[in-house]
Design a protein. Structure first.
Length: 1107
């Protein structure tokens, strides 16, 4: 089964020659052979090997303002000790916690954030990857800090418990993920001696308890793991920036040569995790979401060595095809599936792989799962009997060659990660390190047939997921994620039938040759070289039904283009029923187009149709020579669409599932959803839309579609390899198809932002998913109006500062949850908003108390900001706004955003750069005190949305009215940590007495300990017992912190009582003791508030040509 033994490893030694760095004369080796790269690639590359055997790709991208690095080590959960599963993931977390040269645990992330960068890491089965992006000017400092992860980590003992909590919090956030639940079931149904069977994420039980149960010291085992496996010999590194290659090499050699070479200690995996005893099975498992999924998995060898012929690429191309004669086309016609994909999974694994066929089934499809199996195997038999087709291979090879030669540029971080994956494949020759996909040249008839032989009924198992299974008792429970499942054997009769050559399925066949393959690569603008690009499109036409914008490519020398239509339709979401019918229409139309135009997608063309609250959006993109005809086809199909009864039933069921699944979203996602509901005037609540869904009939949908474009206004943009004449002709052809009547603009449903009256408002809800252990809070603090560009830019600088500090304090130190973020945003025509968000296991009032303390403390941090720190933030933001665009799609997307929002602010970046250069540091503190600090803000406006888990105590409305936030937070912590017997009123009295009695002593630690003892004594007296088993006899951490915040924390709230709306009480709102208004019905609250006007265009629209 091992293909790789027939493919010798490429030569990675003889092509390298000894070199010395230009400045320090440090030794390294450089690959001197040719590096095959795309004809459109303007980067320069150098592939080197350091003295410690670390292979590095250095990339000089002269156009990037952001530098990046990615380092991956060839060890992941595969090397976790059985007793300490999740250790590799835990180590990934600990490496961020300080090094010998930079001992501050937040030094690295603070430096990256200060220079407008980002960093992250992730652990996989056989790899752990770390990466960063940062302003070019800070790249050397970033690399110096980054490299010390792997040369001199500190592994601070006082960080162990905190990062264990972070790992555990991350794991708990995955508990309701159907992907992770099914993945762990699959891992559990493998050979227990194989590393693939392990529990990759890890949690407190697998690590802390695992160490204790086996008499191990977790801290010592962590260091042993690092010392054994983190070897330069099994690492790969990519660095990318606008610096000269000599400079990148100098930094790389000087900073990363210090990583210790320990040889390759990674145990080679022998055998496949899925042995014969696990095949021929059907595994039923219960999902959290309303979904119906089916996957067939086939154990295969490691086929990475076959990248020059890539037989599975040939196979997947045909099995994945959605055109006439395909598996997907057949399943759609039957109403059995809405999605289908087939792929290999061998990228990480050495020595084994998997081929999987995944089907997004309908309820009826799962009832016919055996028939679906018949279809898949019948198609594979057809491929075998018809034999591998060289024309299919040649077509695929041509597609890959064209995509390679004309590939679009990506950002520095993506480049670093993508090329790091390529050089990690030990079977890729160094000359193909940039061009693996372009190396797909050899048509290997026998290899294709051999690979097809693995997709057979004797070599697979099938997984079926649904919330419930008819007549199946899912009595087994996966131990880590708690997913219920049941394993059964596929019947011998079924397996015989699947293998029989006599089983035939009508309608299956090979696809037709691809008529969409581009042949014209002429660039229409021949004066690009050296020209200064124009940073805005031109308005060509403007009339009652059309607004046409155009921009010819003047910076990328590309043969590609992008055309978008935003068709404003008054009826698209004028009611909840119209809203859902528009969504149904776009989904069904998109499904039809995916099938009928699948060859276009294969030829590098992209298209899509979707609805917004005010429009139907259509786009086509790719090689420009084919886009005009493709757009006409899509628009014509959109205008003449007829609802198919089978597909109507399928998508009605699909939408029913989708809206039912909203309730299973994460707490932080639901907080964001309700925040949007509160702020925007045009959104229909998902439950209201869900209630309208059963009222939709095929006839109603067809009537809606038939009249949808009758009264419409089209905003159209063409950007790329076009000329003006072509743009005008294409626009005319679109209008000829749509044939709209004049659009009465006042009928359109336009989104407007609410102008909230100053005050502090709280909207608290309970999680609809009873299985979710996490809660969340999203705090929105309203700042200046978006029309005030100076304050918008000030908030962007402020957000950069807040983000880093908020994460470091509330996630790293306070360990409130894995998801902690600070961001800024704006509502068009309304106000800018500073958003602080936390998701974790503790109660939302406790999270809110921490947010309030952070706001109080952050004021001093802003005041203490040095000139150098401020200048670094400003320079980094300037670099971001001045960074050159990467490709035509990015350029078109920016223009589309300005046009479709009616702002037409094409010079936004230039304006912001000018403001950044003029803003003084002192203005930051002024903005903070004007809007964010509740003690100084003259019109403090804030809305908190809280989502409470059903697993914890939640205050009643009466509790919110009667007790302060500090009382609710403390009582909630006590209740969660095993002692909720003391009445909440007693806790409130205790806090009040403690504050009054010890007002002058609260800074004393002795006083704090005394208070803790008193509260503990009162709690024990009330309960008559110690805390629940497993809890410390001392007060648990959150309870102690909540008590300290209650007694010593800042006053959380300002005095808003005099500026509140006098009618709030009449709509069921009530004021809390802290001065918050408790919002029980956000719609009623909105009815008392004013709306901002629509955004004002930045300029008067004057077309180049009259109608």
């Amino acid at each position: 089964m091992d293909f790789c033994k027939n493919y010798p490893l490429p030569d990675w030694t003889s092509g390298f020659e000894h070199r010395s760095t230009s400045i320090s004369q440090l030794p390294y080796e450089e690959f001197t052979g040719p590096l095959e790269k795309s004809a459109s690639d303007t980067n320069d590359y150098r592939l080197i090997r350091l003295p410690n055997n670390l292979v590095v790709m250095c990339i000089q991208d002269s156009e990037t303002e952001t530098a990046a690095a990615a380092l991956s080590v060839n060890v992941g959960s595969n090397m976790d000790p059985v007793e300490l599963q999740g250790l590799a993931h835990f180590l990934e977390h600990m490496l961020f916690m300080g090094t010998e040269k930079y001992p501050n645990e937040n030094e690295f992330s603070s430096f990256i954030s200060e220079h407008s960068g980002d960093t992250n890491a992730f652990t996989q089965f056989s790899r752990t990857t770390f990466y960063l992006g940062v302003a070019n000017g800070a790249f050397e400092g970033a690399l110096d800090r980054f490299s010390s992860f792997f040369t001199s980590p500190l592994f601070k003992k006082d960080c162990v418990d905190r990062e264990l909590c972070a790992v555990d919090s991350e794991y708990k956030g995955l508990l309701t993920s159907d992907f992770w639940r099914s993945h762990q079931i699959e891992c559990g149904l493998c050979s227990s001696n194989h590393p693939y069977s392990k529990f990759m994420p890890g949690n407190i039980d697998s690590l802390q308890k695992g160490a204790k149960d086996h008499g191990l010291d977790l801290y010592e085992e962590l260091i042993k793991f690092y010392n054994k496996y983190y070897s330069s010999d099994i690492m790969k590194l990519v660095v990318c920036g606008n610096h000269a290659l000599d400079q990148l090499v100098e930094w790389t050699v000087s900073k990363f040569s210090g990583i210790t070479s320990k040889g390759d200690n990674v145990q080679r995996i022998v055998g496949h995790p899925v042995g014969a005893e696990f095949l021929g099975k059907v595994v039923y498992y219960e999902t959290v979401n309303e979904t119906h999924t089916m996957s067939m998995t086939f154990p295969i060898p490691d086929v990475k060595a076959m990248y020059r012929s890539n037989p599975f690429n040939y196979i997947s191309h045909l099995i994945n095809h959605e055109g006439q004669g395909s598996i997907m086309s057949y399943l759609k016609q039957k109403g059995w599936a809405t999605s289908f994909s087939a792929c290999t999974n061998v990228s990480q694994n050495k020595g084994f792989g998997e081929y999987s066929v995944s089907i997004g089934a309908t309820p009826e499809g799962l009832e016919h799962y055996e028939d679906i199996l018949q279809v898949v195997f019948a198609y594979v038999r057809m491929l075998v009997s018809s034999g591998p087709q060289e024309w299919v291979h040649d077509e695929l090879s041509s597609q890959l060659k064209i995509n390679f030669d004309y590939k679009k540029k990506s950002g520095a971080v993506n480049q670093a990660l993508n090329y790091m994956y390529l050089i990690f494949n030990e079977y890729i020759a160094p000359e193909h390190a940039l061009s693996k996909d372009n190396a797909y040249e050899e048509f290997d008839f026998d290899a294709i047939l051999h690979c097809l032989s693995f997709i057979n009924p004797d070599n697979f198992r099938v997984f079926i997921g649904a919330t419930k299974h008819k007549s199946i008792d899912c009595s087994e429970v996966e131990p880590y994620f708690g997913a219920a499942y049941h394993v059964d054997s596929l019947s011998a009769d079924l397996l015989r039938e699947l293998a029989s050559d006599n089983t035939h399925v009508d309608g299956l066949g090979l696809p037709e040759k691809n008529e969409f393959m581009p042949t014209d690569f002429t660039i229409k603008n021949t004066n690009i070289s050296g020209a200064v690009p124009v940073l805005r499109p031109t308005l060509l036409r403007l009339d009652d039904n059309l607004e046409l914008w155009f921009k010819q490519d003047d910076q990328f020398s590309t043969t590609k283009g992008n055309i978008y239509l935003s068709i404003n339709v008054p009826t698209v979401s004028s009611s909840p029923q119209n809203y859902i019918m528009s969504k149904l229409y776009c989904s069904m139309l998109g499904s039809d187009l995916d099938s009928d135009l699948y060859n276009a997608a294969c030829a590098g063309l992209r298209f899509g149709v979707y609805s917004t609250n005010s429009s139907i959006e259509i786009y086509v993109a790719g090689f420009s020579s084919k886009l005009a005809e493709l757009l006409k086809t899509v628009v014509d199909r959109a205008k003449s669409f007829k609802v198919d009864s089978t597909q109507f039933s399928v998508y009605m069921a699909e939408f029913k599932q989708a809206y039912a699944n909203v309730a299973n979203s994460s707490p932080s996602c639901l907080c964001g959803l309700y925040t949007d509901y509160i702020n925007k005037s045009s959104l229909w609540h998902y439950k209201l839309v869900e209630s309208e869904l059963p009222k939709v009939t095929l006839e109603k949908l067809q009537t809606h579609v038939d009249s949808l474009f009758d009264c419409s206004f089209t905003k159209m943009g063409m950007v790329g390899n076009f000329d003006e004449e072509e743009a005008i002709k294409v626009a005319a052809s679109v209008q000829d198809i749509i044939k709209p009547s004049p659009n009465l603009g006042y009928l359109a449903k336009k989104s407007r932002a609410f102008n909230f009256e100053p005050g502090y408002y709280l909207h608290q809800l309970q999680m609809p998913n009873n299985d979710c252990v996490n809660s969340a809070v999203e705090c929105s603090i309203y700042c200046g109006q978006t029309a005030n560009k100076r304050e918008v830019v000030l908030l962007e600088i402020l957000q950069e500062l807040v983000h880093d500090s908020f994460f470091a304090q509330l996630r790293t130190k306070n360990q409130l949850g894995y998801k902690v973020s600070a961001s800024s945003s704006s509502y068009l025509g309304g106000r800018s908003v500073l958003t602080l968000k936390i998701e974790g296991e503790t109660n939302p009032m406790f999270m809110t108390m921490h947010i309030n303390k952070f706001i109080h403390d952050m004021q001093q941090q802003i005041a203490d900001l040095t000139d150098e720190q401020y200048d670094n933030r400003v320079k980094s933001l300037i670099n971001i706004y001045q960074e050159r665009l990467k490709n035509i799609d990015q350029e078109a997307g920016i223009y589309e955003g300005h046009v479709c929002s009616n702002s037409y602010a094409f010079d936004t970046c230039d304006i912001k750069v000018g403001l950044l250069r003029s803003i003084a540091k002192a203005e930051l503190l002024g903005l903070w005190n004007k809007y964010v600090n509740p003690s100084t803000a003259p019109e403090y406006t804030r809305i908190d949305v809280q989502m409470w888990s059903t697993k914890i105590w939640k205050p009643t409305e009466s509790d919110f009215k009667e007790y302060s936030a500090k009382t609710l937070a403390l009582y909630g912590c006590m209740h969660s940590e095993g002692n909720g017997d003391l009445e909440i009123g007693k806790v409130d009295e205790f806090i009040a007495t403690a504050i009054a009695a010890r007002l002058e002593q609260v800074e004393s630690s002795d006083a704090s300990e005394s208070l803790m003892a008193e509260l503990k004594s009162a709690s024990l007296s009330a309960s008559g017992a110690m805390y629940s088993q497993g809890k410390s006899a001392e007060m648990a951490t959150h309870t102690g912190t909540a008590l300290a915040l209650a007694i010593k924390g800042p006053e959380a709230f300002g005095n808003y009582g005099d500026v509140s709306h006098t009618g709030f009480a009449t709509i069921g709102m009530s004021k809390t003791p802290d001065g918050l208004w408790l919002m029980t019905d956000y719609k009623k609250f909105q009815a008392t508030q004013k709306l901002y006007g629509l955004g004002v265009p930045a300029e008067v629209l004057v077309p180049k040509y009259s109608s």
